[in-house]
Write a protein that binds this ligand. Structure first.
Ligand code: F6P
Length: 320
């Protein structure tokens, strides 16, 4: 019997999701599967908003940011009745497998459907790089690139005055976007959830940079959800010779055309996900480890803590 795969994107969008949708669709069609594109994540699955995809359905999307399928968060998907409704919708078109692209909430939904007999494979699509089963998530490098471009611009103005730019970046509870951008931008200080925040230390480090190193300007990169960026900038103005200026980069970090790294990663992951399904695998999520495609049981990826690279952090501190 011909197998039918549905594909959906869920949670926050990330650049490269379209490249993954393209790779899944085309690889699956080549293997003889039928493919359905599901709109607006699990919400579209539950409410039967999907359409049959052909090769041309995914033309001209490889380089586009966002997701052509739309995405949503559906907290009710934890409920048994809602999951059963999704399965009823799938049965109507003979859809027996799903490839879901998103973060941990997306994986949780797929894990639940697997328990009910649906074959599911997850792809890590989020700018946060917070999925444990992979070195990099789809979208992380594009977001990093956007942050670096923005901070390069901020540096021009900050350096022209005696200012300290305090830049808040996304990442949810993962400090990778903050740490990697701090290295790429030559920031003076990075504040991440893994290392923790001590306001007095930030002030004394900035004083040290001013008094001993005669820095004319400084950049502090702050992971979101740690402290109030406006208050921190004011505190810097009040307690150091720098004038603090807050910037929240916000959703600009999620947009834009994916960089080649993300296009390649998404394409490899999408292709690999279809191979896994074709070989009878289920309940696994795809990752890249030392440039090889790997897969991990979804349940394991959901409990495993994401590793924060302390060596990279120490290198940042040493060179700042
Ligand atoms: O998970 C991606 C992400 O952009 C996080 O970095 C951020 O905390 C969150 O989503 C923002 O969510 P929303 O788009 O719902 O405001």
């Amino acid at each position: 019997m011909k197998r039918t795969i549905g594909i959906l994107t869920s949670g926050g969008d990330s650049p490269g999701m379209n490249a993954a949708i393209r790779a899944v669709t085309r690889s699956a069609l080549l293997k003889g599967f039928e493919v359905y594109g599901i709109y607006d994540g699990y919400d579209g699955l539950v409410n039967g908003r999907f359409e049959r995809f052909e090769r041309e359905s995914v033309s001209d999307i490889l380089f586009r940011g966002g997701t052509i399928l739309g995405t949503a968060r559906l907290p009710e998907f934890v409920e048994d009745a809602v999951q059963n409704k999704a399965i009823e919708q799938m049965e109507k078109v003979g859809m027996d497998s799903l490839i879901v692209i998103g973060g941990d909430g997306t994986y949780r939904g797929a894990g639940d459907l697997c328990k009910k007999g649906i074959s599911c494979i997850g792809l890590p699509g989020t700018i946060d790089n917070d999925c444990p089963g992979t070195d990099y998530t789809i979208g992380f490098h594009t977001a990093l690139n956007t942050i670096v471009e923005c901070i390069d611009k901020l540096r021009d103005t900050s350096a022209s005055h005696h200012r300290c730019s305090v830049v808040q970046v996304m990442g949810n509870h993962c400090g990778d976007l903050a740490l990697y951008s701090a290295i790429c931008c030559g920031a003076e200080i990075v504040i991440t959830p893994e290392i923790g925040f001590n306001e007095d230390e930030v002030i004394s480090t900035l004083k040290h940079f001013d008094e001993t190193r005669k820095k004319r300007h400084a950049i502090v990169i702050l992971s979101e959800k740690i402290t109030d960026v406006d208050k921190l900038a004011k505190k810097i103005s009040a307690n150091t010779s720098f004038s603090g200026r807050p910037t929240v980069l916000g959703h600009i970090q999620r947009g834009g055309s994916p960089v080649p790294f993300d296009r390649l990663l998404a394409t490899r992951m999408g292709n690999y996900a279809v191979e896994l399904l074709a070989n009878g695998a289920t309940n696994r999520c795809v990752g890249v480890r030392h440039d090889d495609m790997i897969s991990t049981p979804i349940a394991q990826a959901l409990v495993q803590p994401k590793r924060f690279d302390l060596d990279i952090y120490s290198m940042f501190e040493k060179l700042a």
